[in-house]
Design a protein around this ligand. Structure first.
Ligand code: GLY
Length: 425
C-alpha cells in the first residue's frame, strides 16, 4: 500500500519511521517532509495547508491512506477534505479537532461533563479580563484561545505580569487571531504527564505515558516552546493514576465528544497535571505530541498501520496495543534563540554516527538539503536525539552521550531533560 504523511517535523519523522516498519507498506510519501524523513519516505514539496495540491497529489499517486499529523491542517479540516474526495484518512475531523483548536471549547466541554480541570473564565474583551484578574490569586495562567504553535500559554506570577500578558495576547496579538479570545485559568501545581490515546470515535487505547519539558532553558526557565525533550514512560503515572484517568478523564472525554456530535477518531493527546487533589487536564491536543511521538513510537510493538485502520474503522477494541519494556529519552537540539529568532542554514555534521544502531535515533525536525546536498539547519527545533535503554537512567545517559555525536552552528539544548527521573527513585 501507499501512504502519504502530511507534516515535516520530528513527530512526522517518528511516524514515517514507524510506518516504514510495516510489512503492508510499499511506498511512503511525506509532504513536505525534511532531510531526515527523506531516508524513509519520498518528500514532496507541498505545504501542509495546500489542501488542493495535497488532494491532487494523493489522487495522482493513488495513495491508499493519508495520515494528517500537525494541528493546523487538522483544525482547518484537511481530514474532512480528503474524506469528501473518497480518500481514506487517519486523524480527527475539524469538528473534533476543535478540542485543540479552541481552548474555550475544551474548557466548556470539561465543565459540562465534569472532567477534572482548573477553574477558568473566557474573555473576548481585554478590559473585562483585567478586571477579573484583579480579583484572582497569583500565579495565574493566560491561554490564547486558538492555535499558537504551543506558545500561546503565559504563566504570570504577578498581577502586573498578567496585565502585560493580556496586552500581549489580546491587544498586541502576538499569537495572531488565536488571541481574539482568551482563557484565564487557575494555576495548578504538580507533575505533568502526557498521555496519547488512539481513538476510534468510541473506543480508546492509551499509549505509554511520557513527560515533556516545555520551557526553553534548564530548570524550567525561559519561554514556552513546542517541547525541548521528553521521556517515556513517566514513573509518576502509576497504575492508580492510570485507572483514575481512564475512568474520570479518557472515557468521559470520548463520551462527551460523541454526545456533542463530534466523535473523535485519531490521536487525542491529554496533557495531565498530577495535582495534590488528583489528576486534572491541562490541555487536549488533537494529534501526536512533538516530541512525545519520538519517545513513544520507538517503543510501540504493533504494526502502526493496523492501529490506524482500526481507528478509522471503529475496531480499536480488537487491537492489543503493546509497548516494549524499554525506556526512551529524547533531547531536542535547537537553534540558539528558539523560540524567538534564530539563524538557519548551518551544516549539520555527524549524522552518520546514528546509522546501523537499533537503540539510537536521530529524528529530524528542522532540517533540509542545501544546493550541494548537505543537511543544514532549517528551524528552531533541529534534531531530536533519542535513545532507548532498559531503564530511564540508562536511556537518558545514552541520549546525552549521543548529543555530542552531531554538531551544527548555534546548537543549543537543555542539560536537564529527565531530571524528574531521579526524583522518582
Ligand atoms: N509537546 C507538546 C505538544 O506537542 O504540544
Amino acid at each position: 500500500m501507499k501512504v502519504l504523511v502530511v507534516g515535516g517535523g520530528g513527530r512526522e519523522h517518528a511516524i514515517c519511521y514507524k510506518i516504514a516498519q510495516s510489512t503492508q507498506v510499499d511506498k511512503i510519501y511525506c509532504a513536505p517532509g525534511n532531510a531526515g524523513i527523506a531516508s524513509v519516505a519520498e518528500c514532496v514539496s507541498i505545504g501542509v495547508m495546500e489542501f488542493d495540491k495535497l488532494v491532487a497529489f494523493a489522487k495522482e499517486k493513488a495513495v491508499d491512506l493519508v495520515v494528517v499529523a500537525p494541528d493546523d491542517p487538522l483544525v482547518a479540516g484537511l481530514v474532512d477534505r480528503f474524506e469528501s474526495e473518497g480518500i481514506r484518512t487517519f486523524g480527527p475531523r475539524a469538528n473534533a479537532a476543535i478540542i485543540e483548536g479552541s481552548k474555550a471549547f475544551s474548557k466548556d466541554l470539561m465543565k459540562k461533563y465534569n472532567i477534572p480541570s482548573a477553574s477558568y473564565e473566557t474573555f473576548d474583551n481585554p478590559d473585562a479580563a483585567i478586571e477579573y484578574l484583579k480579583t484572582k490569586k497569583m500565579p495565574i495562567v493566560l491561554k490564547a484561545d486558538g492555535l499558537a504553535l504551543g506558545k500561546g500559554v503565559l504563566i504570570c506570577n504577578t498581577l502586573e505580569e498578567a496585565i502585560e500578558g493580556v496586552g500581549t495576547i489580546m491587544t498586541d496579538k502576538k499569537f495572531g487571531s488565536a488571541g481574539n479570545r482568551m482563557v484565564v485559568e487557575d494555576f495548578m501545581t504538580g507533575r505533568e504527564v502526557s498521555v496519547l490515546l488512539f481513538c476510534d470515535g468510541e473506543n480508546i487505547k492509551a499509549m505509554s505515558s511520557a513527560q515533556d519539558h516545555k520551557r526553553a532553558k534548564d530548570g524550567d526557565q525561559g519561554l514556552n516552546t513546542g517541547g525541548m525533550g521528553n521521556f517515556s514512560p513517566s514513573p509518576f503515572y502509576t497504575d492508580e493514576v492510570r485507572e483514575f484517568c481512564e475512568e474520570k478523564i479518557y472515557k468521559p472525554t470520548m463520551a462527551a465528544m460523541r454526545a456533542e456530535g463530534r466523535p473523535f477518531k485519531g490521536v487525542l493527546f491529554v496533557g495531565l497535571m498530577l495535582t495534590p487533589d488528583g489528576p486534572k487536564v491541562l490541555e487536549y491536543n488533537a494529534r501526536f505530541g512533538d516530541p512525545e511521538a519520538q519517545v513513544v513510537l520507538p517503543r510501540l510493538k504493533n504494526d502502526i498501520i493496523d492501529v490506524f485502520n482500526a481507528c478509522i474503522d471503529g475496531t480499536l477494541d480488537k487491537i492489543n496495543l503493546e509497548f516494549s519494556d524499554d525506556a526512551c529519552v529524547t533531547v531536542i537540539l535547537a537553534s540558539d534563540g528558539y523560540p524567538l529568532s534564530y539563524e538557519k542554514g548551518f551544516k549539520i555534521t555527524g549524522l552518520e554516527n546514528f546509522e546501523g544502531k537499533d537503540d539510537y535515533f536521530v529524528f529530524h525536525a528542522g532540517t533540509k538539503f542545501d544546493n550541494e546536498g548537505n543537511v543544514v539547519t532549517n528551524g528552531g527545533r533541529v534534531l531530536a536525539v533519542t535513545a532507548t535503554g532498559p531503564d530511564l537512567v540508562t536511556a537518558r545517559s545514552k541520549a546525552y552521550a549521543a548529543v555530542d555525536w552531531v554538531d551544527f552552528g548555534n546548537k543549543y539544548y537543555r542539560h536537564d531533560i529527565g531530571k524528574a527521573i531521579d526524583e522518582a527513585k
